[in-house]
Design a binder for this molecule. Structure first.
Ligand SMILES: Cc1ncc(COP(=O)(O)O)c(C=O)c1O
Length: 404
């Protein structure tokens, strides 16, 4: 069978992950201190953090709910906020028993693995995908296998065949990890028909879906289909969300939703004294009365502007043969360069010239995609985008001229 799998014994994966873990704080510094324009990390826009409103919410919590916010326990009325939000946004009735608030959605991904994964179990991921998730899956000693994406998301026939082949080989496939909306790293969104087909494939093979909706709400045009979790009638979906992108990543608040029987088992594995009651109470206080929804409307304008500036710069500076998409939302644009360009090798020159990016292979469990780049437009100030892409265009032209 010709599938690309990543395991604990695969040296490159560990090297790559260790490298990225080690360079994250440094890369953030580089964006400012050394004047490097960084399209690398999908960090939220810092100027938009609602610091004054959050400090007001914190003062309100301290005067109204200090003991609960400062004691071990639940993260305040955040589940109640989510119940209400899901009812309005998805027209779906859920109860607190369907939900668990976690330390970012990252913790939710880890807890799902703790519940479902035994060493050697298979997890199917999109190619490319969010490497933080792959790292979590490898830490759980899963085998990670890729299924292809096209401009409309997961290619359903390929996924169906992959699962059929894995099962015929006697492999235990535990779940499909997907980011169906404004995917990290490609920005693509899975359409309604494919969502239904994905659910049908999951049901046919009795393989769960883990739906990661980290960029929910950050939509710049059009509409997106309902969540897989909303469309699911067979309890095949676990859904995770986060406050990191729409409020503040430093709060470290995310959540997982699913059937109560599974959510309660995940809750039993979460042994940590409760997801920060302090942060949770503040976020809930801030979110009540529609403050969060209003903030998200502002964020849409901010990120739409950055996306559009990035698209205009790509048009201006990219060479013939380069190809990119127009994401409807989220933080990322996926750039495919002529075959001869090696974006991993090119990174050193790019940083020396003053621009940073994530080479595509860092987003594939199998490390392919050497001529691809993930451009995160979220963190840069708008005025840096055009100059950054001009430098990137020059670096690429040099690579092409050198025959690399
Ligand atoms: C697709 C995806 N899922 C999950 C996360 C983790 O988010 P959190 O801050 O909620 O742990 C990220 C962060 O970049 C992400 O891109």
């Amino acid at each position: 069978m010709s599938t690309d799998t990543a395991t604990h014994n695969t040296d490159w994966t560990q090297d790559l992950l260790a490298h990225r873990a080690a360079t994250l704080p440094q890369a953030i510094n580089m964006a400012g201190a050394e004047g490097v324009i960084s399209f690398s990390y999908g960090l939220p826009d810092e100027e938009s953090f609602p610091a004054a409103d959050l400090s007001q919410a914190a003062a309100e919590v301290m005067s109204q709910a200090a003991p609960a916010a400062l004691q071990y326990g639940a993260p305040g009325p955040l589940s109640a906020y989510l119940v209400d939000f899901i009812g309005r946004d998805q027209k779906r009735t859920v109860t607190p028993a369907n939900l668990l608030v976690t330390v970012g959605s990252s913790q939710a991904l880890g807890l799902v693995c703790q519940l479902l994964i035994d060493k050697g179990d298979y997890i199917i991921v999109e190619a490319p995908t969010f490497l933080g998730a792959v790292r979590t899956f490898l830490n759980a000693e899963a085998e990670v296998v890729e299924t292809p994406l096209d401009d409309e998301g997961i290619v359903i026939e390929e996924l169906d065949k992959l699962i059929t082949d894995l099962k015929a080989d006697g492999k235990r496939v535990k779940f499909i990890y997907t980011i169906p909306t404004f995917q990290n790293p490609t920005g693509v969104t899975l359409g309604l028909e494919r969502r239904k087909a994905l659910l049908a494939v999951a049901k046919k093979h009795q393989v769960m879906i883990l739906e990661d909706d980290a960029y929910a709400g950050l939509i710049y045009e059009g509409e997106v289909p309902p969540w897989l979790w909303t469309l699911d009638e067979d309890d095949m979906v676990l859904h995770c969300g986060t406050f990191s992108k729409v409020l503040a990543a430093g709060l470290r608040l995310g959540w997982i939703g699913g059937p109560p029987a599974i959510v309660s088992r995940i809750a039993a594995l979460k042994v940590d004294g409760g997801t920060s009651p302090f942060a949770g109470n503040i976020a809930a206080q801030y979110a009540k009365d529609g403050r969060l929804e209003k903030h998200i409307l502002k964020l849409r304008d901010i990120y739409r502007r950055k996306r559009d500036r990035t698209l205009a710069g790509l048009e201006r500076y990219m060479p013939d043969g380069a190809r990119w998409n127009t994401p409807q939302g989220g933080f990322f644009i996926w750039l495919e360069l002529p075959e001869s360009v090696d974006t991993v090798k090119m990174l050193r020159d790019a940083i020396a010239a003053g621009v940073n990016y994530t080479p595509g292979p860092a987003c594939f469990a199998s490390r392919k995609g050497k001529n691809t780049i993930r451009l995160a437009f979220s963190h840069l100030t708008v005025d840096k985008i055009d100059p950054g892409l001009r430098i990137l265009g020059e670096v690429i032209q040099r690579q092409l001229a050198n025959g690399n």
